[in-house]
Design a protein around this ligand. Structure first.
Ligand SMILES: [Zn+2]
Length: 272
């Protein structure tokens, strides 16, 4: 085994690839077997390329990697056996899909390892949405949501507009739902996730926090027990358009919705 000297595969923005040369010794039974010459790339790659920047490359015998426009390579399988926290801290491509994202009725989350959607490939997001606050800021466009205007990344804005149309219909049917949109928590913000050095999805302009007064957050609640006050009709409206909801996480953040189309695309999910 090679020493794992890079905490986060693909994290190096200078283009020095951190793909390693192991042929897939993962303990995961679904580990890729498509490392032979001429084999098709793992299904996740074709799917990811539709939603994000990047292309599949195979390095002789080393398996598949996702090569980003700046030359950074993120391996499909970095060969490490990981806990849920490891996947979040230093993901490879397959880690994105390690937990299927559930939709449907809201259920309390009691498993501390169940945070579907919290694995984010930061190099992929940087390549797709902008490498820094200046680039992301220049890509923001206005979107009207519940009679307010927010700024959202232009690649994700059409999806948020479709959410907004669903929300408008909900508000017409039940005006009391307006209380979830009165004091929006916001969209674009250059920040890290509280208590970590990881970049928040808000830094890419692909996340929105709805009314802060209706929110529950895992760090604030009694004994960190899952709690939620957001109604399922609102959650359904976002999820139907490719947004994950922070209320599906044990480490919950119930005002938070984030555009993650790969987690709803069955072609991507089949790769998990
Ligand atoms: Zn948020």
């Amino acid at each position: 085994m090679l020493a794992d000297d890079s905490g986060a595969p693909g994290e190096r923005a200078d283009g020095s690839a951190s793909v390693d040369a192991r042929g897939g010794t993962s303990s995961d039974a679904s580990a890729s077997s498509s490392t032979g010459a001429g084999a098709a790339p793992p299904a996740a790659f074709a799917c990811l390329a539709e939603h994000y920047a990047g292309r599949a490359i195979e390095i002789g015998g080393a398996g598949w990697s996702l090569e980003l426009p700046d030359g950074t390579r993120v391996p499909h399988d970095d060969g490490r056996t990981k806990t849920a926290a490891d996947r979040i801290a230093s993901p490879d491509v397959e880690d994105i899909f390690a937990l299927g994202y559930p939709t449907g009725p809201i259920v309390p989350v009691t498993d501390p390892e169940h945070d579907p959607g919290r694995v984010r490939l930061e190099p992929l997001f940087r390549a797709t949405y902008g490498a820094n606050a200046h680039e992301v800021s220049a890509a923001l466009v206005p979107v009207k949501l519940a009679r307010k205007t927010v700024r959202f990344h232009r690649r994700a804005a059409p999806a948020l507009e479709r959410v907004a149309a669903r929300i408008d219909a909900l508000l017409q049917a039940d005006p009391t739902l307006d209380r979830y949109f009165r004091d929006l928590g916001g969209t674009f913000a250059t920040r890290t996730i509280a208590g970590t050095d990881r970049t928040s999805a808000h830094a890419w302009g692909i996340a929105i926090d709805i009314d802060t007064s209706q929110a529950d957050y895992w760090r604030n609640g009694p004994k960190r027990v899952w709690r939620n006050r957001i109604p399922s009709v609102i959650v359904d409206a976002f999820e139907a358009e490719g947004f994950v909801w922070g209320g599906r996480w044990f480490h919950h953040d119930t005002m938070h919705f984030e555009y993650r189309p790969e987690l709803f695309d069955p072609r991507c999910r089949s790769a998990g």
